[in-house]
Structures are given as C-alpha cells and as structure tokens.
Design a protein around this ligand. Structure first.
Ligand code: ADP
Ligand code: MG
Length: 702
C-alpha cells in the first residue's frame, strides 16, 4: 500500500489528472513526497511593511499595507489596463494590471484595506507597481500574514494552468495541512539532534516551506541540508565498509629487498613529509588483508609517481606483478622511460604495452607477462583488454586525471585471481575536498599536499593583444638562456575548424618571429596522426625544438623540466582547472617559470574572475574551490555521471562545512556500529533500510 508520501499527486485537492500530468512532465513531481521535497528556490520577505514614501526605483519587491482608493479601467484593446491607487499613512502609489482586468475590477473593493505585494517599477519617472498580488486583510489577521513567502520553480505551462507562484503556494498549504508527524517520522537519533542543535524533521519540512522568520528558515535549512548530506555519506561509507568486509585482498606482509634497495641506492632526493605519510597509508592497506581501493590526490608536480613506484616495489617484494595505466600514449611512454631509468641495475623487468605495440612484439610481451617474467607493465588502456593476462597481478595503478571511466577501472579488477589486485588511482585534477568526499566517497583518499622543496612557484601574468611583441621578446630572452616555451591554443569541439585556423595562424606568426635556423618549433594538434604527434613531442622533450605550439593535447602529464614559459592563448575560453593543469607543465625544474595568460580586451566577468584566480594563487585546491564556486558542482568534471547531483537542498559549493561534519559523524557511527544494531541508531537503520529500496544501485560509483 502506498504511504501518504507515495500517494499520486493527482489526489491532492485542486490538482486532478490534468494538472497532475503537467506537474509530472514539467517538474518531475509524481507524488505527495515529490511535491513536499520540491523546496522553494527563494523566499520573498513579507515579514514587514514598507512605507510608500520610502519607495524608490531600487526598492525591488515590497509589501505595502493601505487603503485602496480608486479603480479605473483605461485604454483600449491591447492597451486596456486597470489602475488603482493605494494609500498608506505616508503616501500614495499607483497599481496597474494588464491582465484579468474585469475580473479584478469585480473582486477588488475601493475603500478596503489591502496588503499589496509586488516589484516597484518606474514609468515616466513615476513609481508604480505592475501586477501586485492583493490580499484583503483585516487588522486581526495581519500578524499571521507576516512570513517569508516561498517561491517555487514554475514554467509557463504551469503558470497558465493556475500553478503560478500563488497557486503553487496554495498547493503546498493544502499538502502541509494534511501532513501529520507520523507521515514524516524522525530519521535522526535524538543524540544527534541535541548535539547539532537541529530541529525535528517534521518541523523543518514545514518551516522550509513557510518560515515565520529568518531564524526558522536558517534552522530548517541547516537540518535538511545536514540530513541529506549525512545520509549520502552514510550510504557511501556503508558501501565502502561492506566492500571491505566482503572483498579480501592479497596480504603484502613485508617491505622487502627491492623497496629497501631502491630507497637506499636509487632515490636521489629525500621524500617529502606528505609522500612519506601517503606511502605509510598505502603500506598499511596492503598489509591488512583487505582489498585496497584508494585515491591518491596531489597537485601537478607533487611527486605522485615516485610514491606509486615505491608501492609497486612492495608488490614485487611480495612476489606479485604491478601495472601502471596512463590515459595517453605520450604519458604512458614517459612513465615507462622514467621508471625504467629509475630502476636500472635492479633485478626488475619493466615492459611497455599500448595499442601501437603489435604483432610479434606484442605476442612476446603477452607471453612473458603470463609467465611472470615481466614485473611491471606500463601502458595505455590497452592494459585492460581481455587478451592481456598477468601471472599474478597484485597492484594496479592508474594515473588518470578523470579520464578513465568507471567501467575501465572495474575491468582492471578482473585481472587477478583469487583476489582483485589492489587499486591505486592517482589524480592530479585537484578536486575540492568537499567534492572528493562525495565523488570518491567510498574510496579511501590520500593527499600529497606538499610540493618537493626548492620549487619556485610559477609567476603568472595576464597580457592582452597589444603586449604581443613584448611577449615575443620575453620568449627570446628565455630561449637565449636555454629554456623552452609552450604556446597553447584552446580546442573546443564545436569550433574545431576555427580553432585549427587560430592555431595555424599563431604558428605562422611565431615562425616569422622565430625563424630557422636559429629556432626550431614543434607543433602538435588533435588532427595529426598519433605517430606524427609523438615525433613532434619527442623533439621537444629532447630539446631539439625550443617552442611547442599545441592545442590542449599536451595537457596531460608531459614532463619537460627545461620548459620555463607557458603561454596560453584565448585564455578566457579555458576553464580554471584546465588552466591550472596547463600551468603545471612548467615550473618542474629548478628555474623560475612563467605562465602568460593572453586574452583580447573584451572579457566576461567570469573570465576576469578565472584569470584573477590564476594570477593570485598556485594552489590547486584553492583553484578547485574557486572553480566550484564559479561554475557550481554541475560543471565539475566527473560529477555529472556520478548521479550525485540529484541533491534536493544541499549545495556542494556552499555547504562544504556541513558536509564535513556529516561525513565525520557518519564515519564515527559506522566505526562503532557498522550494521546500525544499537538501539540508539534504530531510526537510522529504519530510514536507511526503507530509503535503500528507492536508491538501489546508488552507491556503486567506484
Ligand atoms: P606528479 O605528482 O605531477 O605526477 P611527478 O611524480 O611527475 O609529479 O614528480 C614531478 C617531479 O618531481 C619529478 O621529476 C620527480 O622526480 C620529482 N620529485 C618527486 N618527489 C620529489 C622529492 N621529494 N624531492 C625532489 N624531487 C621530487
Ligand atoms: Mg604525474
């Protein structure tokens, strides 16, 4: 049997089949429960009356109380309108209606007291209020009328069927009148309500729709936001907990010879504190017998790779193979070359595999892999193909910056028996912590939040077209010092042709300014064959060319420590996180590096804000927070598919603090009482069990 909240919306008084259909189609409201959780998106302050004398063009929405003085129908045809005058003790203002003229004329009564609500408008330098809502109010009822009035989202179709602001409000009143506390049982334990000073669920839902004052509204909001985020975290953490309880992992009990040998003989620098901490966290996972599924976050250049390598050595020390998967051929090759060099002279077989390795070569690698002759396999997504079989894969690392899908990651899990390999996901796309908790909520997260010592922060400046020659001059100075320069153009699919034209024109201008034989230039863009791209890339990596003109294909992970200048063209067309990624290509060596953000003169305020943020800070997390605030979570990479944006009231951009509290609390509860068997947690269990039904399959995001 359907509960009250599951009742179809058509059975609400005043709705009926036709309006129900519209509510479903236009707003996705099917049931009483849906209507109840279609919260207002804003409120209008009707807690006080404005004085007519104090009104101005800037007053916005106002509520007035006065006597209706005059009513006249004026004009003809389409210009026909009803005008009235409202007088309070301080003055008079004109009211005007262009619709429902005769109906209103009939309804309104001159000489009576009304509360009028509307937006102040100026017409021929006279103030008036077009289409005010009029409520006849006796002095006795006045106090009850003083509230924050909710405003619900609506559409033209709904407006035309009487479900406008007022109509929606009336529906909500009807629903709330029928709603009893039993329909909306408390789902948070008393101890939480007390500690957090939160109002009850039933009250909060009433208040969020019809708050008496700001304080009630704030309390209701806090409670409902908390509740939403808390249960979100409970589900994520519970699914993590269950995964850990059910999926066993290989036990890497020892840190052995290879690890120690590498640490003593090969490591040319001291690990940062953050790197040490992260390796410790991973080591404790690997030794626990529980399957590891961990995210390693760290800004570009923070040294994730070396941390990953050390973990691979632990796998090898325990008789297992390891693999590292990167999203592009270039990046995978770089990892292969780098890691091969680092372990040179040690008893470790490293191999490379990608789609471009074919025929006999591929066959040989696959055979040696299956025989266990290869210890570390590095490559592209070719690694997850069915024909790649390991002897005993123990650790799979992906270096991904959001580029691998959930499915791709999952197929790595099948590469080993009886247990899946331990999984480490490395990402350089800084995600605000608040978001990481949600997006990767059922993974463990490690963060390298410290750069290796001696790095000079990249100096970032904003330059416009008229500085072009000075920028060229600066490039020449840097090249004369032996440095290399990137010049990057945006590439956005819809305007691909235009972008290519931009790029080619830029390339020609640079070629004229930097002619052979003094200078050599590489060019890389998406329309080139992989082989040619690679060739050009390699020339730059080897230092044979001084300038790399490219589209954003170079964004991912390329490491050329000698490059000291990053010039970004049409900066306004890049998002913040992308700009940060690009800037991360320089500043990898010991020299001072520069990032020059080029734009035209006309800039949107958003673009200005992005550029100001880039100039102000080098901190990836700070930039990610700014990005989240500017664009909202809906545009954060990776979030869309996660299905986690169906939040009813919480806003991940704004409610970060509450999210942190909610997560910590959920964590503490589940640590002590994972299956929620304690009587104190009975409400949680009951709610999770019933809510679970409706959101089945929900927690499967890793
Ligand atoms: P990312 O986190 O972007 O993948 P990398 O692992 O590529 O960073 O490291 C960037 C550079 O910093 C590499 O050249 C690496 O050898 C170097 N590096 C890493 N850790 C340290 C450290 N603790 N001290 C000095 N240099 C380091
Ligand atoms: Mg890297």
């Amino acid at each position: 049997m359907a509960t009250f909240l599951e009742t179809s919306i058509e059975y609400l008084k005043g709705v009926g089949p036709m309006k129900a259909d519209l509510l479903k189609k236009e707003l996705g409201i099917h049931t009483f429960g849906d209507l109840l959780t279609a919260y207002p998106y804003r409120y209008v302050d009707k807690t006080r009356f404005h004085k007519i004398r104090e009104l101005s063009e800037q007053s916005g929405e106002v509520q007035l109380k006065g006597i209706l003085r005059k009513l006249d129908v004026r004009g003809e045809g389409r210009k026909k309108r009803l005008t009235g005058r409202l007088r309070d003790e301080t003055g008079v203002i004109e009211l005007v209606w262009f619709r429902s003229v005769y109906w209103l004329l009939n309804k309104l009564e001159v000489g009576k007291q009304y509360v009028a609500f509307g937006r102040v408008n100026s017409f021929n330098s006279f103030l008036n209020i077009p289409h005010p809502e009029m409520e006849e109010v006796s002095e006795a009822n006045l106090q009850a009328a003083l509230t924050f009035a909710p405003v619900y989202s609506s559409t033209d179709k709904l407006n035309n069927k009487g479900l406008d602001a007022k109509g929606r409000r009336r529906l909500m009143e009807l629903l709330l009148n029928k709603l009893t506390a039993a329909d909306l049982p408390e789902n948070l334990p008393d101890y939480m309500l007390e500690r957090m000073k939160l109002p009850g669920r039933f009250e909060s839902v009433r208040w969020i729709h019809f708050p008496k004052n700001q304080q009630q509204l704030d309390l209701a909001k806090k409670r409902l936001v908390f509740e939403e985020l808390f249960f979100l975290q409970m589900r994520l953490l519970q699914s993590k907990h269950r995964r850990k309880a059910s999926i066993k992992g290989y036990v890497f009990s020892k840190v052995g010879e290879l690890f120690h040998q590498f640490y003593k003989e090969k490591l040319t620098f001291e690990l940062t504190g953050a790197q040490k901490r992260v390796i410790k966290e991973i080591r404790s996972d690997l030794g626990s017998g529980i399957h590891m599924n961990r995210l390693l976050q760290g800004d570009v250049g923070s040294g994730k790779t070396i941390a990953g390598l050390l973990c691979m050595l632990i796998a090898l020390d325990n008789g297992h193979q390891a693999c590292l998967m990167a999203p592009t051929e270039i990046l995978a090759q770089q990892h292969f070359i780098g890691i091969s060099e680092q372990v040179e002279g040690m008893d470790i077989e490293v191999a490379f595999l990608s789609g471009s390795i074919k025929g006999k070569k591929r066959k040989a690698i696959l055979e040696r892999l299956k025989e266990g002759e290869i210890d570390i396999l590095i490559g592209t997504h070719a690694l997850i193909e069915d024909w790649v079989e390991f002897k005993n894969l123990g650790l799979a690392i992906t270096d991904e910056q959001h580029r691998f899908g959930v499915k791709q990651r999952a197929s790595l899990w099948k590469k080993s028996k009886p247990y899946p390999p331990h999984v480490l996901v490395m990402t350089a796309t800084p995600i605000p912590r608040t978001l990481a908790m949600t997006l990767y909520g059922d993974l463990d997260v490690s963060v390298i939040d410290e750069l290796p010592p001696g790095r000079k922060p990249v100096t970032t400046v904003h330059r416009t077209e008229n500085h072009r020659l000075r920028v060229f001059g600066f490039m020449k100075e840097e090249i004369a010092k032996g440095r290399q320069v990137y010049v990057v153009y945006p590439l956005i699919e819809e305007s691909e042709k235009l972008d290519l034209k931009n790029l080619m024109e830029g390339y020609e201008a640079i070629s004229r300014e930097f002619p052979l034989p003094d200078y050599a230039i590489s060019i890389v863009h998406g329309k080139m064959k992989a082989k040619d791209k690679d060739f050009e890339m390699q020339r730059f990596v080897k230092g044979e060319t001084q300038i790399m003109v490219a589209t954003t294909v170079i964004e991912v992970g390329v490491n050329v420590p000698n490059a000291s200048v990053m010039i970004i063209e049409n900066t306004d067309r890049f998002g913040l996180s992308q700009l940060h990624q690009l800037r991360g290509r320089v500043g990898r060596g010991a020299d001072q590096s520069y990032c020059i953000l080029m734009t035209g003169f006309q800039l949107s305020s958003d673009a200005r804000e992005r550029i100001a943020t880039m100039v102000r800070t080098n901190n990836g997390f700070e930039i990610a927070e700014a990005d989240l605030k500017l664009r909202g979570p809906g545009n954060m990479e990776g979030l869309q598919q996660s299905g986690m944006l169906n939040l009813r009231i919480a806003d991940l951009g704004r409610d970060g603090e509450i999210l942190k509290t909610a997560r910590a609390m959920a964590q503490r509860i589940l640590d002590k009482d994972p299956e929620l068997k304690h009587p104190l947690n009975a409400r949680l269990k009951k709610y999770m069990d019933t809510a679970e039904r409706k959101v089945r399959g929900w927690g499967r995001i890793s």
